[in-house]
Design a protein around this ligand. Sequence first.
Ligand SMILES: C[S@@+](CC[C@H](N)C(=O)[O-])C[C@H]1O[C@@H](n2cnc3c(N)ncnc32)[C@H](O)[C@@H]1O
Length: 270
Amino acid sequence: MPNNSQNNLDKFGLLSKNTWNQLAKEDAEYYILSDKEKKGGKWDKASFLARGKEQWLGFKNLLSHYGLAQAVARDKTALDLGCGVGRMAFAMSSDFKEVFGVDAAETMIEKAKEYQKALGTANVEFSVNNGSDLRSFVDNSLDFVFSYIVLQHCPSSWQVLKYTNEFSRVLKKGGVCLFQTRVSPTLGWFLKFNIQKKIRRMKYCGKQNNYVKEAVMGNWVYYPRLYRTLKKNFSAFYLVFSPPEIYESDFWKLNSEFDRWKRSFVICIK
Ligand SMILES: C[S@@+](CC[C@H](N)C(=O)[O-])C[C@H]1O[C@@H](n2cnc3c(N)ncnc32)[C@H](O)[C@@H]1O
């Protein structure tokens, strides 16, 4: 499959890295949580982190709802892929022995370390990856893998499938993974997203707009492909659409069916 070759994955990973390095330099917190009122460095750090805590509580409730509360425990290790400045990793740190925050953008990780210094959180370890795999983590080494508002931004859905394979590889048997991604249930939706992308590009043609960058607009994974990858790698999995545990208290308004498909979650057990 030519699109899935290592060269292409490297190329897409680099695109993610370069784009998010630039966004992190410009206004990291705003591009992590894009509340228009907070543009231009207006996020108050305490409320930015508090939102992470609030969302993490929602994720724990979601895991409990699926009978997986035991996935989160003080004697377990966790990985947060696409950790940004560590918003979710810090929230997770009080529930795990150790949290590994990984991000493709060096600038995000530098900022995460500044936050860490200010917070004095000892059990979070940050590192940079290549934007397409988790090669610095050995097989069967982690208890929990998490990723939120990251995979949707990958320029190619092949990156999402590669990361899904990687999540399984690094998890111990019985380990749990919870990630958000955009799922396209049919080819029709897949087409719809690509048309939406084209319209957006035309609208902003010639203008500076970070939201039309490939590594921000991202991808929709075609469900049958994701299903095959999950089936190959995990003993059980659930696909959950915009769970109320996360979105009832969120500032993202899920007004349309399209918006809801965008906020899909996968919970899987190795
Ligand atoms: C919207 S932010 C979310 C940050 C964090 N998950 C949170 O909720 O606070 C997206 C993050 O994903 C990272 N990212 C984007 N593409 C990535 C990729 N291909 N591999 C690893 N990290 C990526 C970006 O650098 C950025 O920090």
